[in-house]
Design a protein around this ligand. Structure first.
Ligand code: KG4
Ligand code: ZN
Length: 335
C-alpha cells in the first residue's frame, strides 16, 4: 500500500511516498532555510509563498524518485496542524485537489503524531505502552502512547519549546539561524562549565526553558561571555556558553523523561522532533534510559513527509478517511 505524504506545516515543503508504513520509496524536502536565515527566523508570509512555488515540483519529484504513478497510490496523508495557517493551507489544498483529480482517499495527520511515526520508518519492532519525548521548534511534549493513535499528554512546555530555546540562544550568542544545529556545532568546540539554571518544576512532567535562555541573555548583556577574540582573557567564550546552554536543556529533558519512564513502567522510549537530531541529546537519553530507546535518523527527526505518510498508513488501516471539507487546524492538539 503506497501512501503519498505531504507536509507544509512550517518552512519545509515536503513530499514522500512510503510503502506499508515502513518502506521509504522517496523523501523529497525543499528547504526554505536560506531564505528565512536572512531574517533570523521564519517569516510566515514568505513561508506560504515559497510553499506555493515548491509544492508541485516537490510532489512530482517524490513520485519520480519512487518510480510511482498516480494509479500506484492507495491514498494521501497530509498535515493539517499544528503549524502556520498559511503554510498548512498550501499542502492541504493541493492534497484535496489531487484526491479529487485522482479519486484517492485522504487522511489528515497531526504533525506531532507524524513526528512519532518517523520511528516506524526504522523498521524495528516497537512495543506499547511507550513514552515519546517530542522536541521541536514549537513543542516539548512528554506523551504516553498506549497503542496506535492512543495518546495521553503527560507534560508539555509552559513557555518556550526546546527548539525555540535553541534558536533564541543562538541569536543571543550571534551564532545564526537555525539555532539548533548552530549551537550543537559551537558546543562541540566548547566546555560546559558555566552554571545555568534548570527549571525542574517538581511534581509535574512539564518543562520550562525561558529561564535558562534569560540567564544566558543576562550573562551576554553583562559582558560575562567573550563574543569576540579581543574580549578574551578569563571570560568563558561563545562556544563554552553554547555548550553550557545545550547541557542545561539536555539535562532537564533527559532527567524528566527518565522519571516518566520509571513512573509509567513503559516498554520503550521514543525520541522525536527536530531537536532529536542533536547528537548529545540522543547519546545522553540512550545512556540514561533504563529501557530500549529509539531515535529516527537525523533527516527523519526534522520536518519531512515520510513520517506523515507512515502515520497515514496506520490511519488508513484504522479506516480513518477524512472528508474533503476538512480544514487546517493551526493549534491542533495531540490528545
Ligand atoms: O521538528 P522541526 O524540524 O520543526 C518543527 O516542527 O518545529 O524542529 C525544528 C527545531 C528548530 O528549533 C531547530 O533549531 C531544532 O529543531 N533543531 C535542533 C537541531 N536540529 C534542529 N536543535 C538542537 N540540535 C540540533 N541538531
Ligand atoms: Zn516538526
Amino acid at each position: 500500500m503506497k501512501i503519498l505524504g505531504i507536509e507544509t506545516s512550517c518552512d519545509e515543503t515536503a513530499a514522500a511516498v512510503v510503502e506499508d508504513g515502513v518502506g521509504i520509496l522517496s523523501n523529497q524536502i525543499a528547504s526554505q532555510v536560506e531564505i528565512h536565515a536572512r531574517y533570523g527566523g521564519i517569516v510566515p508570509e514568505v513561508a506560504s509563498r515559497q510553499h506555493i512555488l515548491a509544492i508541485i515540483p516537490t510532489i512530482e519529484q517524490a513520485l519520480a524518485e519512487a518510480k510511482a504513478t498516480w494509479s500506484d497510490l492507495a491514498g494521501i496523508a497530509v498535515t493539517i496542524g499544528p503549524g502556520l495557517a498559511g503554510s498548512l493551507l498550501v499542502g492541504v489544498n493541493v492534497a484535496k485537489a489531487i484526491a479529487i483529480a485522482h479519486r484517492l482517499p485522504i487522511t489528515a495527520v497531526n504533525h506531532l503524531e507524524g513526528h512519532i511515526y518517523a520511528c516506524w520508518l526504522a523498521g524495528r519492532s516497537i512495543d506499547f505502552p511507550l513514552v515519546c519525548l517530542i522536541v521541536s521548534g514549537g513543542h516539548s511534549d512528554l506523551v504516553l502512547m498506549r497503542g496506535h493513535g492512543d495518546y495521553v499528554v503527560l507534560g508539555r512546555t509552559r513557555d518556550d519549546a526546546s527548539g525555540e530555546a535553541f534558536d533564541k540562544a543562538a541569536r543571543i550568542l550571534g551564532l545564526g539561524y537555525p539555532g539548533g544545529p548552530a549551537i550543537e556545532q559551537a558546543a562541540s568546540n566548547g566546555t560546559a562549565f558555566i552554571q545555568l539554571p534548570r527549571a525542574w518544576l517538581k511534581g509535574t512532567n512539564d518543562f520550562s526553558f525561558s529561564g535558562v535562555k534569560t540567564a544566558l541573555l543576562r550573562l551576554v548583556e553583562g559582558g560575562k561571555v567573550a563574543l569576540s577574540a579581543s574580549q578574551g582573557g578569563e571570560l568563558p567564550t561563545r562556544v563554552d556558553a553554547a555548550a553550557s546552554f545545550q547541557e542545561a536543556v539536555i539535562d532537564v529533558l533527559v532527567t524528566k523523561t527518565v522519571a516518566v519512564v520509571k513512573e509509567y513502567r513503559v516498554k520503550q522510549i521514543l525520541l522525536v522532533g527536530g531537536v532529536a537530531a542533536n547528537k548529545s541529546l540522543r547519546k545522553r537519553l540512550m545512556a540514561d534510559s533504563p529501557i530500549p530507546g529509539l531515535v529516527p535518523e537525523p533527516v527523519l527527526c526534522t520536518d519531512n513527509a515520510a513520517m506523515i505518510a507512515a502515520c497515514g498508513y496506520y490511519h488508513f488501516q484504522a479506516g480513518r478517511i477524512d472528508a474533503l471539507e476538512m480544514d487546517v487546524i493551526p493549534g491542533f492538539k495531540l490528545a
